[in-house]
Design a protein around this ligand. Structure first.
Ligand code: THU
Length: 136
């Protein structure tokens, strides 16, 4: 089995331990590998309003950005599912802002993993957004 992302997956598992998911009880962990070599982990943070919930991917990437990071090579995410989960649409757009060619390493607690590119999950992330604006 490919061991390249073992450390990043372990960081995501560590991040998952901090999940705040009292409503869904679905704990997710993420860890982002920065171009600088630094790794930042995070977990999902739910809210009683439900809609204000923030996914683990955005927490991990957000703390990296807060520390000055801007370029990311890969992000690992881990949940206790049968098949590895992939980032939701909002997270795909958020991640594409910084690294459209990001590698997504999806893993399960049991050890399944799937590796794919963000550009496959979200083609044309900037099409039609703030481009070709007609300024009067
Ligand atoms: N969640 C994540 O943190 N990342 C994903 O990729 C999928 C969903 C969280 C949001 C919510 O707290 C719970 O999982 C159920 O959707």
């Amino acid at each position: 089995m490919d061991t390249q992302f073992d450390d990043l997956i372990q960081s995501a598992l560590n991040g998952r331990l901090q999940a705040y998911a009292p409503y869904s009880k679905f704990a997710v962990g993420a860890a982002v590998q920065c171009k600088s070599g630094a790794v930042f982990a995070g977990s999902n943070i739910e809210n009683i309003s439900y809609g204000l919930t923030i996914c683990a991917e955005r927490i991990a990437t957000g703390s990296a950005i807060a520390a000055g990071e801007r370029e990311f090579l890969a992000i690992a995410l881990v949940a206790d599912t049968i098949e590895p989960i992939v980032p939701c649409g909002a997270c795909r757009q958020f991640l594409a802002e910084f690294s459209p060619d990001l590698i997504i390493v999806s893993a399960t607690v049991a050890g399944e993993r799937k590796i794919e590119k963000l550009s496959h999950l979200l083609p044309e992330p900037t099409r039609g957004i703030l481009k070709n604006v007609h300024i009067p």
